[in-house]
Design a protein around this ligand. Structure first.
Ligand SMILES: [Zn+2]
Length: 232
């Protein structure tokens, strides 16, 4: 896929989700001439173990961190829906919010997290409910809602005409069908992740490097990220 001139939108639950899953690929595409936008669904306000911090403090800090991380990768702009962390529901109102951004930004490609995984068998780790909700609402918003004239008619009255996304990339799936070589951008991915100062430490960064290296070894690349790629 030639990223030159493409518009891309990543929709995800928490600040840091896409840097963890796809920071190397996003950076590579931006370097290749794509315009990438972020839509963050929650306020990330439960992302702390420090009882002295209020939800507002945590949310504000994480928003700043995501702004800084997105700058490292070269993301064009980012938007926050500010739903409460851990309470995201893939309901009609969330789908409508996402359709609004899809119709406003008119991306060729949308990236989101895998909604089907309750747990990951290979590592026996649970998936976060917000990741499932963000992924499901986004997939439904892209297909069929954003392209249907009769869906959310009030959006069209606001001037937001139907839009057809050409392909969707799903992150955090163990059944990926596309492997992206991120050997040239692994350092940028880690630098972006390091901006999430409240969430990651050196150990976490090394773990992320290790995952990318392991997938690279299995697929004949230096460092890699995996996706389910669906052409619409
Ligand atoms: Zn998350």
């Amino acid at each position: 896929m030639d990223p030159k001139g493409k518009r891309m939108l990543g929709v995800f639950a928490h600040p840091d989700d896409l840097e963890f899953a796809a920071g190397g690929t996003i950076s590579k595409w931006i370097e290749g001439g794509a315009e990438f936008y972020y839509l963050v669904c929650t306020d990330g306000s439960l992302g702390t173990t420090d009882p002295s911090k209020s939800r507002d403090d945590v949310s504000q800090a994480r928003r700043e961190e995501e702004l800084n991380a997105s700058r490292v990768l070269g993301v064009k702009d980012l938007f926050f829906l500010n739903h409460r962390d851990t309470e995201l529901m893939p309901d009609s109102s969330l789908k409508k919010e996402i359709v609004r951004y899809v119709r406003m930004l008119k991306p060729d490609l949308v990236m989101t997290t895998d909604p089907s995984a309750i747990y990951y068998p290979s590592r026996m780790r649970l998936n976060h409910a917000d990741h499932r909700a963000a992924g499901l609402a986004t997939i439904d918003a892209v297909f069929p809602l954003a392209r249907k004239r009769s869906a959310f008619e009030e959006l069209e009255e606001e001037g937001l005409a139907p839009h057809r996304v050409s392909e969707i990339y799903i992150t955090n799936s163990e059944s990926f069908n596309m492997v992206s070589d991120i050997s040239g951008t692994i350092e940028k991915k880690l630098a972006a992740l390091a901006e999430h100062k409240s969430q990651v430490n050196e150990l976490a960064l090394e773990r992320v490097r290790g995952w990318a290296e392991d997938l690279g070894k299995k697929t004949g690349k230096g460092y890699a990220e995996g996706f389910v790629r669906i052409i619409l």
